[in-house]
Design a protein around this ligand. Structure first.
Ligand code: FES
Ligand code: FES
Length: 160
């Protein structure tokens, strides 16, 4: 008896408050689903191997590296990408990144923001050490990290 492998599956995912239903290859990564199928290119790909954190999104409120998650694993879930952080105005966290010069090329920034936003959700006024732990899975090649840590701590204190 032969079995036919499942190659395409229908997934229904709420992304930034909008529900999408798409047929996807069973092996499609969530990051490719977001970028290529939904055109949400704010989520970046830095490595595709789970190392850099540029692809970080929230899956049911938990930060995940979307290159390490299959689109089918997000079926029925709620995903927030960097585009979903704010509709028009910058959030206090985004404003703090701007005010503290916490980005240069900006490639890591979407992932940094998503990891930091998840931290602030859990710990509204994090210490420097708590910020460093929360961002340890996010690599930045430009800033030296200090301004990013400062920006998140300041956002937690309600300052910019
Ligand atoms: Fe996902 Fe680097 S692209 S961790
Ligand atoms: Fe360039 Fe972080 S600002 S990688």
């Amino acid at each position: 008896m032969s079995t036919t492998p499942v190659t395409e599956m229908v997934v229904t995912v709420a992304v930034n408050g909008t529900t999408y239903e798409r047929e996807v290859p069973a092996r499609r990564l969530l990051v490719h689903f977001l970028r290529d199928d939904l055109d949400l290119t704010g989520t970046h790909i830095g490595c595709d191997t789970g190392s850099c954190g540029a692809c970080t999104v929230h899956l049911n409120g938990v930060p995940v590296k979307s290159c390490a998650v299959l689109a089918v694993q997000a079926d029925g879930a709620a995903v927030t990408t960097v585009e979903g952080l704010s509709e028009e105005e910058l959030t206090p966290l985004q404003q703090s990144f701007s005010d503290h010069h916490a980005l240069q090329c900006g490639y890591c920034t979407p992932g940094m923001l998503m990891s930091a936003a998840a931290l602030l959700e859990e710990t509204p006024s994090p210490t420097e050490d708590e910020v460093k732990v929360a961002l340890q899975g996010n690599i930045c090649r430009c800033t030296g990290y200090w301004n990013i840590v400062e920006a998140v701590v300041a956002a937690g204190k309600g300052g910019a």
